[in-house]
Design a protein around this ligand. Structure first.
Ligand SMILES: Cc1ncc(COP(=O)(O)O)c(C=O)c1O
Length: 390
């Protein structure tokens, strides 16, 4: 008897690569160039950073579906730091960005029927996030021609009458590309004309690797429902605090109805803890020192990566504008799987293969820019040596 839903895949075995990584870890220390947990990357957190989680105000429970006003105001002020105007009453608190996706899919999708368009290459969790909420994922391509832009033909091919939302990730994980003016206009116009929402995942927006990001014009006064996603997990390196948010913008009547409907969704779960809402303002203020260290770290590792790789062994680092990851294009003389397995078994270095992020062809490696600098540089040199040994 099968009592289980197909939302959870029948085959849940770890991949061969995940098993090889587990074996390498069991053999001894590895240089892990895939780590994205900021709390285990040698970043110094102020010891009293979480003090306000035990503020006495948190002893009183006042269920507030969209979130406590002070937390929403503090997040609106944080948008102002980025030069973006968002009204506090258009901000909805969630426990994480992942939960924000789940809430939005409930808001927008007809169970089992509606589809959402997701970019490739991008964040692999979209497979589970869509499937678990009963919406169909359809992919549109980002194409690389010295920079990554939306392949609008593939976007139009993916679009169906049942498309309710388009996802864009800016800066994108793992390409580090940001949505520019032209792509923002194409996405927003289509979403307006075809009555879909635009979900903009900005979790890495505080991490420009070069020049500061410029806000695309189409996102300033969006013609469609625009749902910006953010959260403490990346903005101040506190994934365990479990606070994310959705900031709504677009035509006022659509925003008002979305908020009204979201109130029902959020009231059903009331998932965001009171202590983190009480502490949100101080976390956002005091967490700035963590953000600054992470920014220094990803910039330093990005510079080291480009200095070490710099074309030798036929490898190149693709240009990136922001985020916590980097993409290395390597000669396709052996498959990504073979190269990544060799790195694991011969060098005890863990990297991601491009196919993990659905790159359209081989061969790419993806590394996190978060590891400690010495570890990162040593690991990248071993990657470089392994490419030479081909
Ligand atoms: C693009 C992107 N969105 C969302 C998340 C998840 O963020 P959260 O911890 O807020 O769920 C990640 C995590 O790596 C990510 O890469």
């Amino acid at each position: 008897m099968n009592v289980f839903s197909t939302r959870v895949p029948a085959d849940r075995r770890p991949s061969e690569l995940a098993r090889a990584a587990a074996r390498a870890r069991a053999r001894g220390p590895v240089l892990d160039l895939t780590g994205t947990n900021p709390t285990r990357a040698g970043i110094t957190y102020p010891p009293d950073l979480l003090d306000d989680l035990s503020h006495p105000a948190a002893l009183t429970y006042r269920p507030t579906p969209l979130g406590l006003p002070d937390a929403r105001e503090a997040i609106a002020e944080d948008y102002a730091r980025r030069g973006i105007h968002v009204e506090a009453d258009r901000i909805v608190l969630t426990t994480s960005t992942s939960e924000a996706y789940s809430i939005l899919f409930k808001l927008l999708g007809e169970p089992g029927r509606s589809d959402v368009l997701t970019p490739v290459p991008s964040y692999p969790l979209f497979d589970h996030l869509t499937r678990l909420d009963g919406v169909v994922q359809r992919r549109y391509a980002l194409e690389y021609h010295g920079a990554w832009t939306v392949d609008t033909e593939s976007l139009d091919r993916a679009w169906t009458p049942d498309t309710r939302a388009v996802l864009a990730v800016s800066p994108n994980n793992p390409t580090g590309s940001v949505v520019g003016d032209a792509d923002a206009a194409e996405l927003a116009r289509r979403c307006h004309d075809r009555q879909a929402a635009l979900i903009l995942d900005e979790v890495f927006c505080d991490y420009p690797l070069g020049a500061p990001f410029v806000e695309p014009r189409a996102f300033v006064e969006p013609p469609c429902l625009l749902c910006r996603l953010g959260g403490l997990s990346k903005s101040i390196g506190l994934p365990q605090a479990k606070l994310g948010w959705i900031a709504l913008d677009g035509p006022p009547d659509v925003v008002a109805e979305a908020l009204d409907r979201l109130e029902l969704v959020c009231d059903t779960y009331l998932s965001v803890s009171t202590p983190v809402q009480i502490a949100a303002r101080s976390l956002l203020k005091r967490g700035a020192v963590v953000r600054a260290q992470i920014l220094d770290r990803v910039r330093a590792n990005d510079a080291a990566l480009r200095a070490i790789v710099s074309g030798a062994g036929g490898a190149t680092v693709l240009p990136a504008e922001g985020g916590w990851s980097a993409v290395i294009r390597v000669p396709a003389t052996r498959s990504e799987e073979v190269l990544v397995t060799e790195l694991l078994e011969l060098d005890a270095v863990v990297v991601h293969p491009g196919y993990f992020f659905d790159f359209p062809h081989e061969a790419f490696l993806v590394v996190s820019l978060l590891p400690e600098p010495d570890e990162f540089a040593t690991g990248i040199r071993l990657v470089q040596d392994r490419l030479h040994a081909a």
